[in-house]
Write a protein that binds this ligand. Structure first.
Ligand code: SF4
Length: 280
């Protein structure tokens, strides 16, 4: 196999604290909180990394809600996921709806875990928060951004990207600005020219978001936060192939075609799905 780069994601659960009308992940609060086993994840990760294909150097963890383990007493699960990705020399990316930003105790716990893993390993951790009109999470997101901006250690180790705000959703941009203003954080005026959102607390500037004028699919992902050193790494959604494996051992290619991978090499399944995709 060769050619297009491939990105790997694990869908760790179908449980979610929201029930969005547009959800295409079969997720919600009534779904089982069962989590994908870490052993299984490691097995698939090793298999994926051994494939002779071009790959992105990031590993996405998604759901449902990726922070589900914290809601269900599995406090060590997310740190283990992060370490697993870092051990494989991959940037861990947590995709979340960020609702936990409204729960101070939970937010503190999540950030403590992220900082601990980042500092113990010396590696960056990325988080993508999805904002849209169904999530109603701008206040929670503002709380999260506030912590990242105010806490220099957290800001150093967590690359935060806000996804879902784009040229067709300026109302959400201004609602987010309003929510941030309640924390004393405001957008910096050069934002538009730079094609990204810069925030200031009156003293420093914090770039948190990229390609404001592009559609959501072109949203870039910060490689680092607060200290500069940015490059776009969010191209997998646009230019690459996305392989997602869920806890039922189903592998999906580009969110469309899926196939069970029980006792089958995942390279074979990916190739088969790619072939099918070409035929359509
Ligand atoms: S937050 Fe995401 S996974 Fe959860 S219900 Fe909404 S769209 Fe589905």
């Amino acid at each position: 196999m060769s050619g297009t780069k491939t990105n790997l994601a694990f869908k760790i659960t179908n449980w979610c604290n929201l029930q969005c009308r547009h959800c295409c992940e079969n997720s919600g609060p009534s779904q089982s909180p069962r989590l994908m086993s870490l052993d299984k994840m490691k097995k698939y990760l090793d298999e994926f990394n051994a494939l002779p294909i071009e790959k992105y150097d990031s590993l996405v963890f998604t759901g449902g809600e990726v922070m589900a383990p914290y809601y269900h007493g599995e406090q060590k699960y997310i740190p283990e996921c992060l370490k697993m990705a870092i051990d494989a020399n991959m940037l861990p990316i947590l995709k979340t709806n960020g609702i936990w930003g409204n729960d101070k105790a939970l937010k503190d716990k999540i950030f403590y875990d992220i900082e601990s893993v980042a500092y113990n390993t010396g590696k960056l951790i990325a988080m993508d928060i999805s904002v849209d009109r169904f999530h109603n999470n701008l206040g929670a997101v503002a709380n999260i951004i506030n912590d990242v901006v105010r806490d220099s250690e957290l800001g150093f180790c967590l690359a935060l990207t806000i996804q879902g705000i784009h040229k067709n959703s300026t109302h959400a941009v201004y609602d987010l600005y309003s929510a941030l203003l309640t924390h004393g954080i405001r957008p910096y005026s050069r934002t538009r020219q730079d094609d990204s959102i810069l925030l200031t607390d009156g003293q420093s500037l914090y770039p948190l978001y990229y390609n404001f004028k592009q559609s959501v699919a072109n949203t870039g992902r910060a490689r680092a936060n607060k200290l500069g050193m940015f490059e776009l790494t969010g191209k997998a959604d646009v230019y690459g192939d996305c392989v997602m494996i869920d806890s039922n051992d189903v592998l999906r290619l580009n969110n469309v075609r899926g196939s069970a991978i029980h006792n089958r090499p995942i390279g074979e399944v990916i190739q088969q799905l790619k072939n099918k995709e070409k035929q359509h």
